[in-house]
Write a protein that binds this ligand. Structure first.
Ligand code: ZN
Length: 256
């Protein structure tokens, strides 16, 4: 058996026998993404980060070549979005327990490497705290986690400016970037008639304020940036840039 772009790599779409066979053929790495179920302005579904996480994980796995994709942990840590209806937020300790059970299960089946990453900013700090705990508890697994939120945002901004667009419009939440990604992945869920700008400006120095006091103190409509020029093509470029960045990082990290 060989695995190419046509082969199934998402665990939840595979049969148990297919997974055993993949393991026998050295598919020993599993990508575990954490998403979010949180407000994304007037125009995007609350599953936006989770849809992006699903796609990033699949693209990363293809680029890594010997990796499968675990079901995205759909809700993440989103307390700072709770003032908007629909947001479902995990307490950090619950996320840790879920990650523990993912690792426990994957180790039991013989996987050797776990790549942890997040498509949502609010999960970065919890992952940073929990990754060393998981590394200690599962010595049979090589667990790596992507913790560079600034690096993540830099890739995002560079991809936007490479397209000749203003980086401030891609503020990082329900913005030009995320809206473009959803136009690429789930156009039927995007309310194009409800595009409106949110907070425009540098979010540098605002992240801790948003996490502490809630995103509503910075933006009344829940948008950081401006979605009005979003297109599916921009979304494709951003997803590919992020997936390339994450898979390059994972390759290096797993070899170290
Ligand atoms: Zn988002």
């Amino acid at each position: 058996m060989t695995k190419d772009a046509e082969t199934k790599i998402a665990l939840h779409e595979m049969t148990s026998r297919e997974i055993s066979s993949a393991l026998e053929h050295n598919f020993d790495t599993v990508i575990v993404m954490v998403g979010s179920i949180e407000q994304h302005g007037p125009h995007l579904p609350i599953g936006t980060d989770t849809f992006a996480a699903d796609e990033l994980a699949l693209r990363m796995a293809h680029k890594l070549g010997n990796a499968l994709v675990a079901p995205t942990i759909r809700p993440g840590c989103s307390d700072h979005h709770m003032c908007f209806a629909g947001t479902i937020s995990l307490r950090p300790q619950v996320l840790l327990e879920i990650l523990r059970d993912y690792c426990r299960s994957l180790a039991a089946h013989g996987f050797k490497k776990v790549v942890l990453a997040s498509s949502h900013g609010g999960n970065f700090a919890p992952l940073e705290t929990f990754a060393p705990v998981l590394v200690r508890e599962f010595p049979q697994l090589r667990i790596v986690h992507y913790g560079d939120m600034r690096g993540f945002m830099d890739v995002w901004r560079k991809a936007v400016s490479d397209l000749g667009l203003e980086t401030e419009k891609a503020g990082g939440h329900a913005c030009l970037g995320e809206t473009s990604e959803m136009l690429r992945l789930k156009p039927e869920l995007v309310r194009k008639d409800l595009f409106e700008p949110g907070f425009i400006g540098s979010t540098k120095g605002l992240t801790s304020k948003i996490l502490r006091d809630g995103i509503e103190v910075v933006t009344k409509n829940g948008v950081l940036g401006d979605p009005r020029e979003a297109t599916s093509e921009i979304g494709e470029a951003l997803l590919e840039a992020m997936a390339t960045h994450l898979s390059d990082w994972a390759k290096k990290e797993l070899q170290a």
